[in-house]
Design a protein around this ligand. Structure first.
Ligand SMILES: Cc1ncc(COP(=O)(O)O)c(C=O)c1O
Length: 402
């Protein structure tokens, strides 16, 4: 793959001074995705599943074609793909529908300190309501979830395992397939947060045998406002909807109503139509380049950058051996919110904070971290510009006496 050619697809990168290293928060969007969404609004921008006229038929077909694209992307069946607002609402759907109806006092739910708030807070809520206990997988000394540590907390009380596939702070890939196998041996279901995995590596839900898997469009070249919940067919069928209203219902009487089959009973109201179409196009775009090539490219940029950072004094690196394109670090003695303003001055976009994952930042025992994350449009020049700014930032903060 050639990132120099790829960059031409991303209008935001027309600004050649920009160094965009915040893909873990949200990726940039290529013209192909913008054009697909624009075409919807310009040529057939009407509602789906409702109108008995050609334009509505076209919109419905494009919307459902996007579902086919998503299902092929993760090797799911068509009706195992629920469109949601994002990974957060997908993970909330699992907790509020499956969790609240299947978990009871005395049961255990396994999570970890490596989770994004979207994975841990919905299960805190289930725990509060049902009396089930939240159990944390102890992280190893690098902050990883290991199979042995997972085994140490798994028991016949475990009913749900809710973990990330790739950590948004540490960039570690969890041994999720082994975890799923072990969880199934005790009869637990596994809900996988793949928000940081789906944009960067091929996912096969049948091979993983996960029960649920969630991701967002906006981290993988797609639009905001769209995400995916994959759920095994029999689980989705048994789950009640958590939102009620138009389009999700079947028959409606005065005091009762029935629902459509999954996935439609979970897609209440007018869905994010342009966004689903944009996500479908984003998946085509990524697959056209190849997920393996993208992953390899990010890791190459990461290794190149980390090697140079390791040679710098005054840097604390929190994940020197991660296997994805995320670098979490701090300039020793400098608050990341001070440091980030220096990077912004050089038009280097990064993230500073707790990354909606306070538990792992607390585990690291720091107030916050800086995070640089790479994607298919980043180049070695981006790395060099970032490193040059970093060197200047360190010199600056030392000079002013931090
Ligand atoms: C690991 C992880 N899970 C879940 C989310 C939530 O995604 P969204 O904000 O798109 O719902 C994020 C976003 O940062 C994430 O990194």
């Amino acid at each position: 793959m050639n990132p120099t050619t790829i960059r031409k697809d991303f209008p935001v990168l027309d600004d050649e001074t920009l160094v965009y290293l915040d893909t873990a928060a949200s990726s940039l969007k290529p013209r192909q995705v913008l054009d697909a969404m624009d075409e919807y609004y310009q040529k057939y921008g009407v509602n789906v599943h409702r109108g008995v006229y050609n334009l509505s038929y076209v919109a419905t077909t494009k919307y459902e074609d996007a579902r086919t694209t998503v299902s092929n992307f993760i090797n799911a069946a068509f009706n195992e793909v629920v469109f949601t607002r994002g990974a957060s609402s997908a993970l909330n759907l699992v907790a509020s529908s499956y969790g609240l109806n299947n978990v009871k006092a005395g049961d255990e739910i396994i999570v970890s300190e490596l989770e994004h708030h979207s994975q841990v807070l919905p299960w805190q809520n289930v725990s509060r309501i049902t009396g089930a206990k939240l159990i944390y997988v102890p992280l190893d000394e690098d902050g990883r979830i290991t199979v042995d540590n997972f085994r140490s907390v798994l028991s016949d009380k475990t009913k749900v395992v809710a973990l990330n596939y790739v950590s948004n702070v540490m960039g570690y890939v969890a041994p999720i397939k082994d975890i799923i196998r072990l969880a199934h041996e005790v009869g637990a279901i596994v809900s996988v947060d793949a928000a940081q995995a789906a944009p960067h590596m091929a996912i096969d839900v049948k091979d993983l045998d996960c029960d649920f898997l969630a991701f967002s469009g906006h981290k993988m070249c797609g639009p905001t406002g769209i995400g995916v919940l994959y759920g095994k067919r029999h689980l989705l069928e048994a789950m009640p909807p958590i939102e009620f209203g138009g389009d999700m219902n079947d028959n409606v009487d005065k005091f009762d109503a029935s629902w459509k089959e999954a996935p439609y009973k979970f897609e209440t109201g007018t869905p994010p139509i342009a966004e689903a179409i944009g996500l479908g196009r984003a998946i085509d775009y990524l697959q056209g380049i190849g997920l393996d090539a993208i992953h390899e490219h990010e890791v190459e940029l990461r290794d190149y950058t980390v090697k140079r950072m390791k040679a710098m004094a005054d840097i604390e690196l929190y994940n020197p051996n991660a296997e994805t394109g995320i670098i979490s670090f701090n300039i020793i003695g400098v608050h990341p919110h001070d440091a980030i303003t220096y990077f912004d001055g050089d038009n280097v976009c990064m993230r500073a904070g707790h990354h909606c994952a306070q538990l792992v930042v607390k585990w690291l025992d720091v107030p916050a971290t800086l995070r640089a994350s790479f994607y298919l449009y980043n180049t070695k020049e981006d790395c060099d510009k970032f490193l040059a700014t970093l060197e200047r930032a360190i010199a600056f903060f030392r000079e002013v006496g931090f």
